[in-house]
Design a protein around this ligand. Structure first.
Ligand code: GLU
Length: 482
């Protein structure tokens, strides 16, 4: 069997996009499933748009998602360097080979001349392809132009034919290469274009399967032609459908987060994110959607990947994230929640670890993203609470009766024991039902509103033991003053 080698080749011109994360995942899954290698290459040849911070963000995000590469910039490998910017000396050599074999030629056209060609094509309602004006320049003509200081670019001579390839995801695809003009492979400044560099790198890195977004489909015929001209083996291609926003437009910041690191900042767990992203174009054979990457890899087949676009449903992601939050180990979850409580950093630092974990345990149930914890846990921190939400409850006449009575009783309760407070509250509700015919839940609404300022929230007995007797009594008195 051939050695399977796949790659992800992001350009560091932004933080790792969730779409790139999906492409990375599908490559990773394919490598895991087939025992192949997953390579990371940083395509930073556009030095103006690339920056080290984005490169670091790509590393951190892929690692956080659990998509560790086998070869790449930091871990090395046999086929480096893995930064494209460190490979600049490689490309001219291959461009020269193409020139020598008659598959490429120097082009001295100025931007103005090319623009004029384009304008002319437009006026005649023709699709623009390069005129090949420079294809047959004699050596003397070229020398003359060079002497004038004109620096040539190098164009690939496109063979005109019907090009067919079998896409792993989309099936058979046909292209008429008449529609592809002779395209530039080396710019006049001596740097390669994307289509050229990507082929040379993939070829030298022995990439066997190229799985990427379908926005690259129009590049694929050009790339195949270069492989063929070099006499290299053409890799297999698989193009994934795009990820669209719920309104079916291109996913962008106005819909919500798009960078993995922004999702994390909002309180999405990377385990939930990667699970969710796997379902954009792929479905588990047993219908069970919540799965870790390892189990997904066992079940993954590239041929099952859907060729159509997927909709990025933020609602579904929220639901899934909530499922992960509910199941997560409480100590780990507490560690993750702490940064989201930075507003209360002082009080958090004063709280015992036991109480912190207990607080997280009793508040996590309705949470879908960790950033909701700041509001949901607020009443654990300040001595005074905001009564806006609970005001209506507290203004009811029975609330006063309930609160006056609990004030008499609570002093004798053991706030170190959840069970004790739990039982005492049960007796308290029964007493109000029997003596005053106040419904148990109404009794508890008044207690909750007084102690937390809220109409709903975490388990009341546990909330009270975390807060302690003094704070509870203080707040009940405050509520009675309303
Ligand atoms: N650097 C390219 C991109 O980020 C890579 C495309 C490819 O996979 O060939 O879009």
């Amino acid at each position: 069997m051939e050695d399977i080698r796949v790659r992800i080749a992001p350009s560091p011109s932004g933080n790792l996009h969730i779409g790139t994360a999906r492409t990375a995942l599908f490559n990773y899954l394919y490598a895991k499933k087939t025992g192949g290698k997953f390579v990371l290459r940083i395509e930073d040849t556009d030095l103006e748009r690339s920056n080290q911070e984005y490169t670091q963000n790509i590393f951190d995000s892929l690692k956080a998602l659990g998509l560790q590469w086998d070869e790449g910039p930091d871990v090395g490998g046999e086929y480096g360097p893995y930064y494209q910017s460190e490979r600049f000396d490689i490309y001219p050599k291959y461009a020269q080979i193409l020139i020598d074999k008659g598959y490429a030629y120097e082009c001295f056209c100025t931007p103005e001349e090319l623009e004029a060609e384009k304008q002319e094509a437009m006026q005649n309602h023709r699709a623009y392809v390069y005129s090949r004006k420079c294809m047959n320049l004699s050596e003397e003509e070229k020398a003359e132009l060079r002497a004038k200081g004109v620096k040539p670019s190098i164009r690939f001579k496109v063979e005109h034919k019907e090009l067919i390839f079998n896409d792993l995801v989309k099936g058979e695809l046909k292209f008429d290469t008449n529609l592809i003009g002779d395209f530039v492979i080396m710019k006049s400044n001596g740097t390669p274009t994307y289509n050229f560099a990507v082929v040379i790198d993939d070829m030298l890195m022995k990439i066997s399967h190229i799985i990427r977004g379908e926005d690259h489909i129009s590049n694929t015929p050009k790339q195949i032609l270069i492989y063929e001209a070099l006499g290299a083996e053409v890799p297999k291609f698989g193009h994934l459908g795009m990820i669209l926003a719920p309104d079916r437009s291109k996913l962008s910041k106005r819909h919500g987060a798009t960078a993995v690191s922004d999702f994390v900042k909002q309180g999405y767990l990377t385990d939930a994110l990667i699970n969710f992203v796997a379902l954009l174009g792929w479905a588990p054979s047993d219908g069970v959607e919540i799965k870790n990457v390892e189990d997904i890899a066992k079940d993954f087949r590239i041929h099952d990947v859907s060729s159509s676009n997927s909709i990025f449903e933020y609602d579904k992601l929220n639901w899934m994230n909530g499922q992960y939050i509910k199941k997560m180990d409480i100590s780990k979850l507490t560690d993750m929640v702490i940064p989201f409580l930075s507003k209360y950093a002082d009080e958090v630092s004063k709280m015992s670890r036991e109480n912190l974990e207990k607080m997280v345990e009793i508040t996590r149930e309705p949470i879908t993203t960790l950033n909701q914890m700041e509001y949901d846990c607020a009443y654990f921190f300040n001595k005074d609470v905001d009564y806006t939400e609970g005001m209506e409850t507290l203004k009811k006449p029975e609330a006063k009766t309930v609160l006056n009575r609990i004030l008499e009783l609570a002093d004798g309760w053991d706030f170190n024991s959840d069970e004790d407070i739990h039982e005492k509250l049960a007796d308290f509700r029964t007493e109000f039902k029997e003596k005053h015919n106040i419904k148990p839940k109404e009794t508890m609404w008044a207690v909750r509103a007084a102690i937390t300022g809220r109409t709903k929230g975490a388990d009341m007995a546990k909330t009270m033991t975390i807060l302690g007797k003094d704070v509870c009594i203080y707040r009940i008195k405050k509520a009675l003053e309303i």
